[in-house]
Design a protein around this ligand. Structure first.
Ligand SMILES: Cc1cc2nc3c(=O)[nH]c(=O)nc-3n(C[C@H](O)[C@H](O)[C@H](O)COP(=O)(O)OP(=O)(O)OC[C@H]3O[C@@H](n4cnc5c(N)ncnc54)[C@H](O)[C@@H]3O)c2cc1C
Length: 224
């Protein structure tokens, strides 16, 4: 049965990542009745996949999950209403903004859209069929499944470097496949290059993820 929930708030925040949680927190702290709507079952968004946050001014080391949980708790204590639903459209009606999701209608005087970004996919054969069977977009969540094994990280930016650093802690060998020299922060690059079990595969991109039932490897092609 489709649950029909309707709400009326001063502020409606769409997206339960760190941006949406922070916006909801500030709105509620200002005394505004606030609802936060997240399309996924878990709040936190991308930050919840980060083992140790870098560049976030916190006292001591902080994981993304800890930050998300803390923000959720702060919002709850301020009375923010949490809903799980994917907002499909925004309209104006009856003097307010209306966010519509399947079977739900939420009205507000102001809407904050904090819908974030989607993690980029490679778009190569084998990627979709082997998702969850060796293909992952979160080293911190899934990496332990590949403890002691050889893994490949595709990409040369900050996120790829962070994922490679996590995996190097417990995988046998980490291949970092990059089209060009790493664009990641110098600190990440320095740490990676000092690790014996990290090997760089330069000027390459993935043509296909290989395997039937589980990932067995990747086929690469050279790029200029
Ligand atoms: C591997 C990795 C490592 C990173 N490391 C760091 C780091 O060390 N330090 C740092 O500062 N940053 C880091 N980042 C970047 C950081 O995670 C992101 O910048 C940040 O999480 C973005 O937050 P956001 O709330 O703007 O978006 P998102 O986290 O993308 O959240 C948006 C949310 O909106 C929801 N949503 C979207 N559309 C709808 C809809 N129609 N209805 C309802 N909900 C919707 C989504 O489900 C999602 O939960 C890292 C990112 C990655 C991938």
């Amino acid at each position: 049965m489709v649950s029909r929930r309707h709400g009326r708030y001063e502020v409606l925040v769409i997206g339960g990542g760190v941006t949406g949680l922070t916006a909801a927190h500030h709105a509620a702290r200002s005394g505004l009745s606030t609802a936060l709507i997240e399309g996924e079952p878990l709040f936190g968004g991308q930050i919840a996949t980060v083992e140790q946050l870098d560049g976030y001014p916190a006292v001591g080391a902080l994981s993304g999950v800890d930050l998300a949980v803390d923000l959720v708790e702060r919002c709850r204590s301020l009375g923010v209403a949490f809903h799980q639903a994917a907002i499909e459209s925004l309209t104006v009606g009856g003097g307010s903004l209306v966010g519509l999701a399947a079977g739900e209608r939420h009205r507000a005087r102001a809407v904050v859209v904090a819908s974030g970004a989607r993690l980029k996919r490679l778009g190569v054969p084998g990627e979709d069929t082997l998702l969850g069977k060796g293909v992952s977009q979160c080293a911190w969540c899934d990496g332990h499944l590949y403890r002691g094994e050889d893994v490949a990280v595709i990409g040369g930016g900050d996120a790829a470097a962070q994922e490679a650093l996590v995996l190097a802690g417990f995988c046998r060998r980490v291949y970092v496949v990059a089209r060009s020299p790493l664009r990641a922060k110098p600190d990440y690059v320095n740490r990676l290059t000092r690790l014996d079990n990290v090997e760089f595969v330069w000027s390459s991109e993935v043509d296909e993820v290989l395997g039937s039932g589980a990932v067995e490897g990747v086929r690469l092609r050279g790029v200029r």
